[in-house]
Write a protein that binds this ligand. Sequence first.
Ligand SMILES: O=C(O)C1=C[C@@H](OP(=O)(O)O)[C@@H](O)[C@H](O)C1
Ligand SMILES: C=C(OP(=O)(O)O)C(=O)O
Length: 410
Amino acid sequence: MMLYKLIPPSVVTATIQLPASKSISNRALIINALGKGIYPPENLSDCDDTQVMIKALTEGKETIDIMAAGTAMRFLTAYLSVTPGERTITGTARMQQRPIQILVNALRELGAEIEYTRNEGYPPLRIKGAELKGNEITLKGNVSSQYISALLMIGPALKDGLTLHLSGEIISRPYINLTLQLMQDFGAKAAWTSPNSISVAPQLYQSIPFKVESDWSAASYWYQIAALSPKAEIELLGLFPNSYQGDSRGAEVFSRLGITTEFTSQGVKLKKTGKAPERLEEDFVDIPDLAQTFVVTCALLNIPFRFTGLQSLKIKETDRIAALRAELKKLGYMIKEENDSILMWNGERCEPEETPVIETYEDHRMAMAFAPAIIRHPNLLIADPQVVTKSYPGYWEDLKQAGFQVINEG
Ligand SMILES: O=C(O)C1=C[C@@H](OP(=O)(O)O)[C@@H](O)[C@H](O)C1
Ligand SMILES: C=C(OP(=O)(O)O)C(=O)O
């Protein structure tokens, strides 16, 4: 097992070229493939989740391994259903435990030929591309928005277009809006027709030059470093106001924790105001990928919190509710959970471990959200730090550039 020991600088000074958004990269790639685009998307992310998508779309292999990429698994399942050929799509052991039945059922209802090769409801899948016949379906909106995005993106390729009715609470809605936004940019007609229905017209995508913006989820770890450091001068490149990404709301939540955002022509500069709230309450149903950032930040700043809307965390790269509680306990914080969807902390402590080894559970966000904790817990070690490649391969190099020492303890 690889272990990283970190030593923070006394003042964090950095200008960081963030990775490009994997959510935007993977959408642009699918849309480009469906539209037979002549302009390849520019500034694609160099992360694993985008690399596996590029390979799947270009190598033409019969067995496609998307490793741990949820977006690739879900988007490609829909894509392969409308693309000639017969293929198997698989992923890591964890990916084979992440549910996909809602999407498979929806695609089957539209006429798709998909079989489970191992366990009913989970990858791997055997998919035979076909012309889909249906054009209107109802599916649950409360498990993963990626099923909805996957269906929407193939909508323009269906003879009669597609209408989706979403039942139950709609989670991760900004990711659905991101999909619609990109589809519209590429010339599709796709829009909400009611608070829970979306219609897509049958109309081919147009090819346009397109540049992917930086990743706001990745930016959150730098906001966290600014919040935890006594002094920080951090500039993040490639972020703009009115971002397509829902996680840009992290800037507003961090402003309540004393980190304000100033937009420049190239990105953002973070400022510390020195103000901190007595308590933080937030609903994460629209911003699930920021949960780990804020849980760790608030505990370490000694700010009690109650975070709701976390029901999707159990089916992500790991059970993030359990992982957060277990690892923060090692640092001396007792976090409570309620209904599988709420995490709270009332300030309760326990004895911290002397040399806590933070496990990362094959989850990039566990590594990236706990590394900044070194600023308050100088003895912690990060296990399996290479997990960051899922979304942010340059994370450790960027920390070094910001003055952190990153030492491989073997
Ligand atoms: O569509 C996307 O790009 C994503 C949607 C979200 O997943 P869920 O819709 O499953 O919450 C998010 O957690 C994931 O990192 C990326
Ligand atoms: C949940 C995530 O990714 P995915 O679902 O695409 O694997 C994530 O990046 O935090």
